[in-house]
Design a protein around this ligand. Structure first.
Ligand code: KIV
Length: 273
């Protein structure tokens, strides 16, 4: 069954939701069917482009990668991140760029970072019939104003603001909410306070679903994985070993073997000689 923003939202209270990031066709093919949603995250700046943070990722990058993922996803919902400064300026700018992610990137929903301040932006996009996933807690595009990548909502005021933000985004029409780096009890409180699914990353087990960056969960990246990442398989080690084996076999001449080549008609060969 093809997941939609409507079926995704309806899962709250019925079953947990699994979302994984992907940025290309082959990897998205592997996770389609397992994941309820595939997120083309702006984390692609770091894991695909080698950038220091997500701030330099642009609309063209997102569209390019989202279109590749969308071609692969036959059952998972495809959610695409709105990159830094593609929506912050105004609800109109948000609406126009969300439209590009759907029209050119074939996204089925968009995700944007921010709380109540961005409710008008969410409302404008939803009014254009584009489903929106909110993202609160640690919002990496606000790296400089937050003072770094830190757990959020640790004071009473910050926790209350997070609850207010979650309610404002639900009210604005968001169909789900990512909670990033939020203390487990606060994420549980937000989850029970809203009628839309919360998708946690570093937000504990009480959220309605979870999301991880695929390179983190399979050990592909060399960056230090955050505490909330579980390595589900050491694929990075296996890949590194395979690349080294290949290079060694090329150098020793043992690859390619006779079974990897193509034959030719003997008579034709004689004529050539
Ligand atoms: O960009 C991303 O991959 C994300 C997830 C970490 C939620 O926003």
């Amino acid at each position: 069954m093809k997941q939609t923003a409507v079926s995704f939202r309806a899962a709250k209270g019925d079953h947990k939701l699994a979302m994984i990031t992907a940025y290309d066709y082959s990897i998205a093919r592997l996770m389609d069917g397992a994941a309820d949603a595939i997120l083309v995250g702006d984390s692609l700046g770091m894991v695909m482009m080698g950038l220091e943070d997500t701030l330099s990722v642009g609309m063209e990058d997102m569209i390019h990668h989202c279109a590749a993922v969308a071609r692969a996803a036959t059952s998972a919902l495809v959610v695409c991140d709105m990159p830094f400064m593609s929506y912050q300026v105004s609800p109109q700018q948000a609406c126009e760029n969300a439209g590009r992610l759907v029209r050119e990137g074939r996204a089925q929903a968009v995700k944007l970072e921010g709380g109540a301040d961005f409710a008008p932006h969410v409302e404008a996009i939803v009014r254009a019939s584009i489903p929106v996933m909110g993202h609160i807690g640690l919002t990496p595009q606000s790296l400089h104003s937050l003072g770094g990548y830190k757990v959020q909502g640790k004071s009473a005021a910050a926790a209350q603001k997070m609850l207010d933000d979650a309610r404002a985004l639900e009210q604005a029409g968001a169909f789900a909410l990512v909670l990033e780096c939020v203390p487990t009890p606060l994420a549980a409180r937000v989850t029970e306070a809203v009628g839309i699914p919360t998708i946690g990353i570093g937000a504990g087990p009480h959220c309605d679903g979870q999301v991880l960056v695929w390179q983190d969960m399979l050990g592909i990246t060399e960056r230090l994985a955050p505490k909330f990442v579980k390595r589900f398989a050491p694929i990075g080690d296996a890949m590194r070993a395979a690349f080294a084996d290949y290079a060694a076999e090329v150098r020793s001449g043992s690859f390619p073997g006779p079974e990897h080549g193509y034959g030719m008609d003997e008579e034709l060969l004689e004529k050539i000689y």
